[in-house]
Ligand binder design. Structure first.
Ligand SMILES: Cc1cc2nc3c(=O)[nH]c(=O)nc-3n(C[C@H](O)[C@H](O)[C@H](O)COP(=O)(O)OP(=O)(O)OC[C@H]3O[C@@H](n4cnc5c(N)ncnc54)[C@H](O)[C@@H]3O)c2cc1C
Length: 401
């Protein structure tokens, strides 16, 4: 285990303990520490750690970063090539950057540093096994016991579960899911001539299986190439990635990392808390169902969880704690929940008719413009449908099929 600040806390009761130091956990720890509370951030890996992810940073992710945070951008994207299972390729360009690309180990470690700078204590190499809100490990009803894999216990007034898509804290809360996908990725170092061909341009391929797609995200001399599809289609997803890489002429280059990771979307009625425990990010199943964009969801829900965990920590009894936790759930549902609802509908339509999406985005200027506005963060899917009758009508027509 490594720890940053000196912290011999046998009997310390932390205001907020955050489990998991991805973007959701780092954001939660930052927000709670900025409120002046004693915050402990626990991470099972040593940092920086690898995370299977395209590293696409759209406007809402950029806007949810801690103040003054400098994005370690590897690439600014000005062009997108779209293809339909390798065919009908078309590149659309933009004068202004559409979104940015980062390497997750670097980005996540910098977010943890920001939380540390705000006053959070960080302990890495510490895996949390479970949380207990009753029983002998819990000294009183205002306290949660966080049990570690080495047998130790840490006490807190409130806990934020930000431990990703295999979340133990999510299981404690009872998070319910209605979409689980498998993402496979390869980090492929390429020669300079190949890298130059991809500079400033990404590729998005609508895939052969319902709801699947693939991407090439260039980061200097390495291309992140990945595909995502419904879980349970493991062999087909692996074949899609192999075919995709071969089709792009990249099969001759040895990946430095090949990995896979699940993404999970919560069902509409899934809980976001239990007692003094809140969940956020992937642990809560907060993810855009169509694109599976999750960094902005992690940053935004993490910040809200950190802010509301402070109130839960201050609650004097179970009723007050519950009231504050419900306020957190309300804030999530009113913002990210609405966006997820639109994303879910888009995902259903996309799974049925990928060709229609391809035709719209490559051939219909308003659809491309909507894409650029969403990636830049000047609008969201939810806002677009709420404020544009034409977008609402188009979605309703697509729903009908
Ligand atoms: C293939 C793929 C590509 C993606 N591409 C993009 C993209 O381009 N853009 C985008 O916005 N999103 C993308 N996503 C989604 C994005 O990666 C996630 O939504 C995001 O990482 C969620 O952040 P998080 O902090 O909730 O969880 P994570 O980033 O998974 O962090 C969870 C942390 O908790 C730690 N942890 C887990 N269990 C424990 C434990 N028991 N005790 C202590 N620590 C624990 C883990 O080590 C980890 O550091 C992609 C996902 C996949 C699978």
């Amino acid at each position: 285990m490594s720890s940053d600040n000196a912290a011999p806390d046998n009997e310390t009761v932390w205001d907020v303990v955050v489990v998991g130091a991805g973007p959701a956990g780092a954001s939660a720890a930052h927000a709670a520490a900025c409120a002046g509370r004693r915050v402990l951030l626990l991470e099972k890996a040593e940092l920086p750690r690898y995370k299977t992810c395209g590293g696409g940073i759209i406007g809402p992710s950029r806007d949810a970063l801690p103040p003054g945070f400098e994005l370690p951008l590897r690439e600014r994207v000005h062009a997108v090539t779209f293809s339909l299972n390798g065919k009908l390729s078309r590149t659309r360009r933009s004068k202004h950057a559409l979104f940015g690309l980062i390497n997750r180990p670097e980005f996540d470690a910098a977010l943890v540093d920001a939380a540390k700078d705000a006053g959070a204590e960080v302990r890495t190499g510490v895996a949390v096994t479970r949380v207990e809100q009753h029983g002998p490990a819990v000294p009183d009803r205002r306290t949660v016991a966080v049990v570690l894999s080495d047998g130790g216990t840490v006490l807190a007034r409130a806990v934020v579960g930000a431990d990703g898509s295999a979340s133990r804290i999510g299981a404690h809360v009872g998070v319910k899911l209605d979409q689980v996908d498998l993402g496979l990725e390869a980090e492929i170092p390429v020669p300079r001539t190949v890298a130059e061909d991809w500079a400033g341009r990404v590729l998005i391929d609508w895939g052969p299986m319902p709801g699947s797609y693939g991407w090439v995200f260039p980061k200097g001399d390495t291309l992140t190439v990945g595909v995502i599809s419904a879980r349970g289609e493991g062999a087909g997803t692996k074949r899609y990635l192999e075919d995709f890489i071969a089709r792009l002429g990249l099969a001759g280059f040895e990946p430095s990392i090949s990995s896979g990771h699940l993404t999970r979307c919560r069902s509409d009625d899934s809980p976001l808390s239990r007692g003094r425990v809140l969940v956020c990010g992937d642990a809560a199943g907060l993810l855009e169902p169509w694109t599976r964009e999750g960094i902005s969801y992690a940053l935004r829900s993490g910040r809200l969880a950190g802010e509301w965990a402070v109130r839960v920590a201050e609650a004097h009894d179970a009723v007050d704690a519950r009231r504050q936790a419900l306020n957190y759930a309300f804030a999530i549902k009113a913002g990210l929940g609405v966006e997820m609802g639109v994303g879910r509908r888009l995902h259903t339509v996309f799974a049925r008719r990928p060709g229609m999406f391809h035709a719209a985005i490559t051939g219909f200027r308003p659809a491309w413009r909507a894409f650029t506005k969403i990636t830049r963060g000047t609008t969201t899917l939810g806002d677009l449908v709420r404020t544009h009758p034409a977008a609402r009508r188009a979605l309703a027509a697509m729903d009908r099929g």
